[in-house]
Design a protein around this ligand. Structure first.
Ligand code: F6P
Length: 359
């Protein structure tokens, strides 16, 4: 029986999106042959809202396993705005339902992070056949042990820390490396352990400047002339942690900071003679070819999604749980952030290595 499958990538890009798209397509064509028709929706939900899509051919999926980014394009269409009619007067949910119908889709695959999953769940509740696939360098989607893109980003961020090590050592400096992760600190935690950082600051464990200074001094006392501090984009002090998100952002803006990293560097310089430098790894960690781990994971996720399509299982998101590929109901996971538990084994391991979390 013919099946028309829509596919879109939404939110921040990451390595492994194309490998996942390819995994779905190859498995779908293998199972259904010419009965399968794949429609590529451009630039995430933007394309679904505005009817921007194209029919794809099997050759479109060749040669993309190793390619970073997404061949479909992506954009951020915040969930908070999905049910709001803005100046353009477009009822986005109605438009997405209409375009789904106009495209004669049997199902829609949404590759994305937490925001994407919230909208995917909304569309599923509206009666569309949705399968989510968990993408993000942040690894913060609830219900899956791992998201594709995370391990490649860990490799890249580790490489940044490795490279900073040599210059920090030569100049005897305290180098602060900021790593993406606004809400959850997974990426910073893993890359900092892999890169041998001395201090790790993540949003889940608010820091105290005194503790950071203590850790730096202890290293200096042992004759270590340099230190590496890995700072998650969303790291915050224990005083800031008491504030609401908006208040925190306002206070930071008043002081002239967007994230904590430069503020910590300035504070260290004020309180000591340590020379500091800040390095923002930024979007570099979202770029490049997926690692072997991510190519394998993406292929597994894609093939599993093809199986779900064949079995008409919708309203779900693909997941890895205890090393097995499975799926969760979208309604059970959408919008829940998977934070680093403060008693996570990796934190214990890092602490046993003498790494400080500034707490
Ligand atoms: O994909 C999630 C993420 O990497 C966050 O860690 C970061 O805060 C955000 O993307 C930045 O995204 P952009 O600048 O592309 O909007």
């Amino acid at each position: 029986m013919k099946k028309r499958i829509g596919i879109l990538t939404s939110g921040g890009d990451c390595p492994g999106l194309n490998a996942t798209i390819r995994g779905v397509a190859k498995a779908v064509y293998e199972k259904m042959g010419s009965d399968a028709e794949i429609i590529g929706i451009e630039d995430g939900y933007h394309g679904l809202i505005h009817g921007e899509y194209h029919k794809m051919k099997p050759s479109d999926f060749s040669g993309i396993l190793t390619v970073g980014g997404t061949i479909l394009g992506t954009s951020r269409t915040p969930y908070s705005k999905m049910q709001v009619v803005e100046e353009d007067n477009i009822d986005k949910v109605a438009a997405m339902k209409k375009n789904y119908k106009d495209m004669k889709l049997d199902c829609l695959l949404t590759l994305g992070g937490n925001g994407t999953h919230k909208t995917a769940n909304l569309l599923s509740c509206e009666g569309l056949n949705i399968i989510g696939l968990p993408k993000t360098i942040d690894n913060d989607i609830y219900g899956t042990d791992v998201t594709f893109g995370f391990h490649t980003a860990v490799d890249t961020a580790t490489d940044v820390i490795d490279k900073i090590h040599t210059t920090a050592s030569s100049h005897r400096r305290v180098m602060l490396v900021e790593i993406m992760g606004n809400k959850a600190g997974w990426l910073t935690l893993y890359s900092a352990v892999a890169g041998g950082a001395d201090i790790i600051l993540i949003p889940e464990i608010p820091y105290e400047m005194d503790k950071i200074m203590g850790a730096l001094d202890r290293r200096a006392d042992k004759g270590r002339a340099f230190s590496i501090i890995a700072v998650a984009e969303g790291a915050m002090s224990s005083a800031e942690a008491k504030l609401k998100k908006k208040q925190r952002a306002l206070l930071r803006a008043e002081l002239g900071y967007k994230t904590a990293t430069q503020q910590i560097a300035d504070e260290i310089a004020k309180r000591s003679t340590y020379e500091t430098r800040v390095v923002l790894s930024g979007h570099i960690v979202r770029g490049g070819s997926p690692s072997a781990y991510d190519r394998v994971l993406a292929t597994q996720f894609g093939a599993y999604a093809a199986e779900l399509i064949q079995k008409d299982i919708f309203g779900v998101s693909v997941a890895m749980v205890n090393n097995r590929i499975t799926h969760n109901a979208l309604k059970d996971i959408a919008g829940i952030t998977k934070f680093v538990p403060v008693d996570h084994q990796m934190i214990g391991v890092a602490k046993s290595m003498g790494i400080s979390f500034g707490d």
